[in-house]
Design a protein around this ligand. Structure first.
Ligand code: DI6
Ligand code: FE
Length: 408
């Protein structure tokens, strides 16, 4: 029986491939793996006649749904301390921007992250990753950006990378976010900090192979479009892909800026204009929506979902897991919020944490859908229809996770 090493049968296969029906659904299907790849996939009645369904290598999932492994394509999972006290202050009326300008916000996490050892950061991040994993997450992106000096940024990236080492369920991609906030020691010399990022941090990060991509926070409380351009220019010279925190709190034409550098994604986008959406459509960048940050900051300005749809920009959804604007460790909750807050369909939301999240990480050839030849990362859910994943809040229906062809 050479078609597969293991076969899962009687499944609702939520393939998330495009061109077929909703969710790329194959009702009453089977999926086989050989080594770490999907080697057979189709309807039960198309199984080869020689298939021996009573073999111990065959698992009957009894009508449950199987989706691709979930992908969280935007997280800040590595950080020191937390900002629960700041959450209290915001509830009493302080705004996120006020706290940031007063030296709190990101900078308070920077102080805690600099003070933490690599081991402490790892232990805390590993716990957060475990929460994501329980809900069927098999790939995450993790950013630096709370170190903001050479050694602390490298420390964060090493910790982020090591989250995936020896973890049978989790692949980690890392992103260098040196342009996240201006560190206090450069408060009076912005250009000198950007020089440090461009001339010292980026070459070190690249030389030590610590990042798959480069991100920036383009915002009045962070960095200007011109400053981000300096970082992106150097990143592209070094052969690194870019992505951007764009137009979250104001429209600085961040989406168009990201598009000019062929960004993998532009993220947030609440204030993105129609021209920004058109630019993303042309560059083929993914729009990553982050409903957790929108919710926590009690934002009212909605991302331009109808325009993104009309211009066929792929939409991803992520947790933005971070200690300030999105203390969120549930990607399933983000599915619900993307639907209720941003009016995505349940199918769009699920595509946002599978196919389009894979594209946002440049990994669509390898994962993100159920197709033969792709990595055998998938999740068995105790649900009868994929809409249930976005519909229910709480009560995690994940029953089994297969990563690289192996049950974990
Ligand atoms: N992502 C970020 O990087 C910033 N906002 C966001 O949505 C700030 C994160 C933080 O407050 O620590
Ligand atoms: Fe973020």
């Amino acid at each position: 029986m050479s078609d597969w090493d293991y076969l899962w049968v009687n499944a609702q296969l939520v393939t998330m491939t495009t061109g077929g029906g909703e969710y790329g659904l194959i009702e009453n299907g089977a999926i086989g793996v050989t080594a770490d790849r999907i080697s057979w996939l189709g309807a039960m009645n198309e199984l080869p006649v020689r298939a021996q369904l009573d073999s111990p290598r065959v698992v009957d999932v009894k009508g449950r749904c199987i989706t691709p492994g979930l992908i969280d394509c935007h997280t800040h999972l590595v950080f020191g301390g937390n900002r629960a006290r700041e959450f209290e202050m915001r509830l009493k009326g302080a705004s996120y921007e006020e706290l940031q300008r007063a030296g709190g916000g990101i900078l308070s996490t920077v102080a805690a992250t600099r003070a933490a050892s690599e081991e402490e950061l790892f232990t805390a991040a590993k716990k957060r990753a475990a929460a994501l994993k329980r809900e069927g997450v098999t790939t995450i992106e993790v950013k630096s950006g709370y170190g903001l000096d050479v050694e602390s940024e490298l420390k964060m990236l090493r910790v982020a990378k090591s989250l995936g080492d020896n973890d049978p369920q989790l692949d980690v991609t890392t992103t260098f976010l040196g342009a996240h906030a201006l560190p206090p020691e450069y408060a009076s010399d912005r250009a000198a900090y950007i020089n440090l990022v461009v001339e010292t941090m980026l070459p070190r990060v690249c030389g030590e192979n610590l990042a798959d991509a480069v991100d920036g926070f383009c915002e009045s409380i962070a960095f200007s479009p011109e400053e981000i351009e300096r970082v992106f220019t150097r990143a592209r010279e070094l052969g690194l892909a870019v992505k951007l925190h764009a137009d979250q709190l104001s429209d600085l034409n961040g989406a168009a800026l990201a598009a000019r550098y062929d960004a993998l994604s532009a993220d947030h986008l609440e204030y993105t204009s129609e021209a920004g959406v058109s630019a993303l459509a042309k560059s083929g960048s993914v729009a990553v929506l982050l409903p957790g940050a929108f919710y926590i900051l009690k934002e009212t300005r909605l991302p331009p979902v109808s325009l993104l749809r009309r211009q066929q920009v792929p939409i991803a959804v992520a947790t933005d897991a971070n200690p300030g604007s999105s203390p969120v460790l549930s990607l399933l909750l983000m599915l619900n919020m993307a639907c209720t807050l941003f009016s995505l369909t349940t199918e769009e939301a699920l595509a946002g944490v599978t196919r389009n999240a894979a594209q946002a990480l440049g990994l669509l050839d390898d994962r993100g859908t159920l197709e033969t030849g792709k990595r055998a990362d998938f999740v068995i859910w105790d649900i009868a229809h994929p809409s249930e994943l976005a519909y229910m809040i709480g009560g995690n229906p994940c029953v089994d996770i297969i990563k690289d062809g192996k049950t974990v």
